[in-house]
Write a protein that binds this ligand. Structure first.
Ligand code: SAH
Ligand code: SF4
Ligand code: F3S
Length: 580
């Protein structure tokens, strides 16, 4: 294909801007006719790198593509449209992306109408789009994290003009609602509550790639979560780079604790959130987490470093003492709460003493899990300009040492679980063995156990029999059929029709005039039945009986109950069919 068209390119200075206020828009999702025609009989594939923000973006892009008429590809080879959704957080994340784009040259060679697109955080870096376009001539579209709602229009322009397009804008970002979405999991859902980040930790690229920190309206979040509960979702994770900054931009007193509590009240069986920054973590959040059993006792609390000196240079705005105090408060208010973290080793000029402080915190906290990274300079961030005297050898040695300290507490927690029973949300058959199911405990521990596949998406009790560092083995408690029965009974109780029935039944049982009418009917029935044997006047007794019957049947509470029973019938038929 001929010339490339650069509609817009990223700019780190603009990406740093936090002045403009966010605009809230609703997308109308119009499918351009040319795109709809192209999508007929064609399939798409999205390859996502990076964090949950990118996973959620994949679901939204899939929403747009399926609205246009594309179907999901069965495999890489057959895909007619491929989107590589990139991450820029560390250099090794970027290297994987290059390999991935390279793979699809084969699709381009085999298929003349093949469309290759690259998007995500890495494309928000300066000079990156030009580099990708120059290295991979078969890339047709490059767009950034702010451009998802333009996906179909960009594709339309590419098809119309037969040109390769780059459209990556750097700006603080807006909030777009009414986004389409095809969720990747039928039981576990991610819901964005904030976008972007204003923390500007000195090592991190995210505030530049995703714009200003902005909160979605509470009503939008609640409506999305309510719909998920109604669809039978078992778990919601509220997403944001810093969920505890939620609501700060509204200036009306709404906080993360407010939205967490309101979502918990919707009755989702499991509620999680990610990520919480130690800096804004207040006691109101802890109160809410402690109060609702459906908020999972698991907190991801990135430490980054245990050294006050390094924390200051990172711009994290808490000290080792603040962090340890917060951990103490968490453990006090939420007994049994599991803690996980992110740690960076080898930040510019991290000394051996600084590193020892990190190990000290890890030992004191006893993490249940941790993501550990070697510092990776990100162009345009303040830390990348710092002179670094630490050798790569020292960084790697520290990394290994850190991993072994972390593994000690992770294994110890796993070992403590052996012999105890935990509630596990079943993901489905495990990756390695079809006959084995896997799922996660409330504290986010991976468990494998044998059981029937229909338990996928159910919360079951599993007794832990064996522990490994990163997973546990267990045995399913209870008869699986019992779970099915419990499920059906929950369905019955949850449906509006059965709720109406139970209400009508209660009113019927508690009303004295109904009791009177029923007693009168029973007595008239008895007298009518015995009158024929005793040779008494049958017709008078019959008349009295019919009157009592009519009086009873016309009672408004009796009529209510009858109506509720007929509404319930189709539901009972469904239950009967499920049991068969
Ligand atoms: N918003 C989240 C994390 C976003 S990035 C938070 O603040 O916790 C996920 C993790 O990547 C960070 O917690 C950090 O540990 C790591 N990370 C970010 N930038 C990095 C860099 N330049 N080098 C190495 N690790 C980095
Ligand atoms: Fe990056 Fe810090 Fe923002 Fe997390 S809080 S996304 S580490 S800048
Ligand atoms: Fe990566 Fe962007 Fe997430 S840089 S970690 S995908 S916000």
């Amino acid at each position: 294909m001929g010339k490339k068209i650069y509609k817009s390119l990223p700019d780190m200075a603009k990406a740093r801007n936090r002045v403009d206020l966010p605009v809230v828009k609703a997308d109308e999702i119009a499918v351009p006719p040319r795109v709809a025609a192209f999508a007929q009989g064609r399939s798409y594939l999205i390859k996502t790198f990076g964090c949950q923000a990118n996973v959620r973006d994949e679901e939204i892009m899939a929403g747009y593509l399926e609205k246009a008429g594309f179907c999901k590809a069965n495999d890489e080879k057959s895909a007619d449209l491929v989107i590589v959704n990139t991450c820029a957080v560390r250099e090794n994340a970027e290297e994987k992306v290059y390999g991935e784009i390279g793979k699809f040259k084969a699709n381009h060679l085999a298929n003349r109408s093949f469309v290759m697109a690259v998007c995500g955080c890495m494309m928000q870096e300066e000079k990156m789009a030009e580099k990708v376009m120059a290295t991979y001539p078969y890339v047709n579209l490059i767009f950034g994290t702010h451009n998802l709602p333009q996906l179909l229009n960009l594709l339309d322009e590419h098809l119309a003009r037969k040109k390769d397009l780059v459209d990556v804008i750097s700006y603080p970002g807006d909030i777009v609602e009414n986004l389409p979405s095809i969720r990747l999991d039928p039981y576990k859902a991610f819901v964005n509550i904030t976008y972007g980040c204003d923390k500007f930790c000195t090592y991190c690229i995210v505030p530049y790639t995703r714009g200003r920190e902005r909160s979605r309206a509470k009503e939008e979040i609640l409506a999305e979560c309510k719909a998920l509960v109604e669809e039978g979702y078992q778990e919601i994770t509220l997403l944001g780079q810093n969920v505890n900054s939620y609501g700060k931009d509204f200036k009306d007193g709404t906080t993360f604790a407010t939205i967490l509590e309101e979502v918990a009240k919707l009755g989702i069986p499991r509620l999680r959130f990610m990520t919480s920054h130690p800096w804004d973590f207040d006691d109101a959040m802890l109160e809410v987490i402690g109060k609702y059993p459906n908020i999972m006792p698991f907190i991801h609390l990135p430490l980054q470093s245990g050294s006050d000196e390094i924390l200051k240079k990172m711009g994290r705005r808490y000290s080792q003492a603040d962090y340890l105090d917060l951990v103490r408060r968490i453990k006090e208010k939420i007994p049994g709460c599991a803690l996980s973290t992110d740690i960076i080793v080898g930040f510019p000029n991290e000394t051996e003493e600084d590193f020892q402080e990190t190990l000290k915190v890890c030992e004191a906290v006893g993490y249940d899990s941790a993501f550990t990274f070697i510092y990776s300079p990100r162009k345009g961030t303040p830390a990348a300009a710092m002179v670094d005297g630490v050798s790569s050898e020292d960084k790697h040695r520290r990394f290994k040492e850190l991993v072994s300290v972390i593994e000690k507490s992770v294994s110890a927690h796993a070992l403590e679980m052996v012999g105890h029973t935990y509630r596990v949300l079943v993901d489905g058959p495990s990756k390695k063995n079809e006959a084995v199911l896997s799922g996660y405990t409330e504290t986010n521990k991976l468990v494998h156990f044998q059981g029937p596949t229909y338990l996928k998406g159910h919360i079951v009790e599993v007794k832990i029999t064996e522990s490994h560092t990163y997973s546990l083995l267990g045995e399913l408690c209870d008869d699986p059929l019992l779970y099915l029965a419990k499920d059906l009974s929950a369905k019955l109780h949850g449906e509006e029709a059965s709720q109406r029935y139970f209400q009508a039944l209660e009113a019927y049982r508690n009303d004295p005039s109904v009791a009177q009418a029923r007693d009168a009917l029973e007595s008239a029935q008895r007298q009518f039945a015995t009158s024929s044997k005793n040779g008494e006047d049958v017709s008078a007794k019959k008349k009295a009986y019919l009157e009592a019957k009519q009086h009873y049947e016309n009672h408004p509470l009796v009529q209510n109950l009858q109506a509720a029973i007929s509404d319930l019938k189709p539901l009972l038929e469904q239950v009967e069919a499920a049991l068969k």
